[in-house]
Design a binder for this molecule. Structure first.
Ligand SMILES: Cc1ncc(C[n+]2csc(CCOP(=O)(O)OP(=O)(O)O)c2C)c(N)n1
Length: 322
């Protein structure tokens, strides 16, 4: 193996971060099956390269917004996995003291401002953060992750228009996984590439293979250069796939098993591990160790989360502005 220079360490950290997200979500799935977690649960298994590729270029002070499938975005931005898991399990040690749950995660200490269960709901919020960053001349950017379904909302189009008009430092990252809940993209729009809307609003648009972490990074790097230089927003459409159902327990009858099998072959983690192995940066044993470390960290996080007490009833009125 080559000695680990800065570049090598950075590449390896992308794999570590993707594994951390995968191990976290697999654990969340197991805890859900064991009824330690209740409510609706949307996992992003298969989409890790988007979160990690994009967030690996951000600093702590940059703002990130997610949607209903955002465990990975929060982890990629640097959220503490113990507090995150506690939040998902509704415990007092969670970031929102158990009030937010899986769909309303927030980890403001690391710049993960909020997720939401309202499809498309955080797109205009990201504009607000970008507007504040621009006014304060902080050089910060806001990045918002959303799906192809969110790209059909009115707020999406209004946001693209205003972001372009006001040259706001906001990056729209669309995770086009081909489905909005149970509806294939072709049934909810005739525009097969959401990034086409970017052109309409005179926003630079990029389409990338969302299962290729380095491809995502390259596109987001270009987008960030423009935003940080005061040129305004950019749009990155990542073509990807969720390997699980829309929510845990979804029988997913709306898609062919052969389609799922094809996408499994493009698993972003196995694929990037092969790239690092091909470049002789990691051996099979080292790749296995990365997975093992991620799973061990997640086990510790789960112990922390499940040993945390349930919130007191009075907590319901805290962290809320009247
Ligand atoms: C405003 C609103 N409308 C409808 C729903 C119900 N809903 C939840 S997820 C979803 C589909 C979202 O699809 P997409 O934006 O592509 O994200 P993905 O689930 O693929 O990650 C819908 C319609 C909702 N939560 N909010």
């Amino acid at each position: 193996m080559r000695p680990a220079g800065k570049n090598t360490r950075e590449l390896v950290s992308l794999l570590q971060r993707m594994w951390l997200i995968r191990a976290f979500e697999e654990k969340v799935s197991a805890l859900y099956a064991a009824r330690h977690i209740v409510g609706l649960l949307h996992l992003g298994i298969g989409q890790e390269a988007v979160a990690v590729g994009a967030c690996s270029l951000l600093s702590r002070g940059d703002y990130v917004f997610g949607g209903h499938r955002s465990h990975g975005h929060a982890i990629a931005k640097g959220a503490d996995i113990g507090r995150l898991l506690a939040e998902i399990a509704g415990r007092a040690a969670g970031y929102c003291r158990g009030k937010g749950g899986s769909m309303h995660l927030a980890a403001p200490d690391c710049g993960f401002i909020t997720a939401t269960g309202v499809v498309g709901g955080t797109i205009p919020l990201a504009l607000g953060a970008a507007f504040a960053a621009k006014e304060r001349k902080q050089g910060r950017v806001a990045v918002v992750f959303f799906g192809d379904g969110a790209g059909q909302t009115g707020a999406f189009h209004e946001s693209l228009n205003i972001a372009s008009l006001w040259k706001l430092p906001v990056i729209f990252v669309c995770e086009n996984n081909g489905y909005a809940e149970f509806t294939p993209l072709s049934s909810h729009t005739l525009v097969e590439r959401l990034s086409k809307h970017a052109k309409t609003y005179r926003i630079p648009g990029f389409v990338v293979d969302g299962n290729d972490v380095l491809g995502v990074r390259t596109a987001v790097a270009k987008a960030l250069r423009g935003a940080r230089a005061g040129k305004g927003p950019a749009f990155v459409e990542c073509l990807t796939y969720r390997l699980r159902g829309h929510y845990e327990g979804d029988p997913a009858k709306y898609r062919e098993l052969s389609e799922l099998a094809e996408w499994k072959k493009k698993d972003p983690i196995a694929r990037f591990a092969r790239v690092l192995k091909g470049r002789k940066l990691l051996s099979d044993a080292e790749i296995g160790a990365i997975e093992g470390e991620a799973r061990a960290l997640v086990e510790k996080a789960a112990e922390f989360a499940l040993s945390s007490p349930w919130p007191e009833a009075a907590e319901v009125a805290t962290q809320v502005t009247p």
